[in-house]
Design a protein around this ligand. Sequence first.
Ligand code: COA
Length: 328
Amino acid sequence: MPRAVISGTGAYVPTRVLTNKELESVIDTTADWILSRTGISERRIALPDEATSDLSYFAAKQALENAKLLSTDIDAIIVATVTPDMLFPSTACIIQAKLGAKNAVAFDLSAACTGFVYGLQLAVQAIESGSWRHVLVVGAETLSRIVDWQDRNTCVLFGDGAGAAVVSADGKGPRILGVHLGADGTEGHVLTLPAGGSRLPASLETVNGRRHFVRMNGQEVYKFAVRIVDEACSQLLDKLGLNYEDVDFYIPHQANLRIIEGFAKRLKVPLAKIAVNLDRYGNMSGASIPVALHEFSERQPRAGDKVMLVGFGGGLTWGSCLLEWQVD
Ligand code: COA
């Protein structure tokens, strides 16, 4: 059976930096409040002519280069996003055209902040079954387009960006040892974007009611996140017959530094063993994990390092994935 490896990663964030200080002149907040309650100092905002597929394209191109593959080698493109360029065609098809990846099937996946980990699971299963050899998994968002810039509870939290990974059958790169996914639709109401779909199509009423923006019950999402990060990791470790002591580094979804610090404290793991990029980028939803994974890969991990990716978010959804770096 072919074994799935991550043969290349890439990341791209827009050039425009929006600092906490600048937000003080947009809404009733302070730079200190944002930093102390979330750990976020600044975030990136897509330029007016940049859409999700544009950010994805740069991340995907870099992942292909690092994997030493041509776009025509790719069998499938999966884009995890809640901010597609449009409802259809899929952002994956738009990227397929931009890359000239003419041999790839292409589709989007909606699992919010867990989307990239969901995409990895699909890639692994297709590779292990022999259906595909190279799958491009992208996590990309332009959340600045769907946050309500009049709602201080949400607009300070999010940012734009894209990350990508090529998952290949065998070859060089970290091996994917396992993936564990979960969902609980009964709690989906705590994080939604109510209008613009078939339930509440766009109308003057939905626009005037500001219903095309993210709505979140922050405290409920926070409680869910704190519980599920541990569960998602420990269930995967159980499945693989491993323990927390076997994990060398964690790449969690970047929602709030306090969630990450709580996790570090419970596990008695130093913060240095946990990826943190939300200070620079905020919460980029589906892009947070692949961007942090790319940054981690650039630091040239040691052979044998085991790295846990763990995501959680809207749906509600969650997922974990364990990687092991290989000897070259
Ligand atoms: N600036 C200043 N004050 C703000 C503010 C802002 N940007 N946003 C909220 N506040 C206020 C609230 O209005 C509230 O005021 P009140 O007590 O007068 O009503 C006060 O700060 C405390 O709000 P609270 O919701 O208790 O803050 P918190 O410590 O729970 O932090 C979040 C709020 C959103 C940062 C936190 O709940 C969180 O991170 N939740 C998870 C969000 C998340 O991860 N979402 C994505 C999931 S993938």
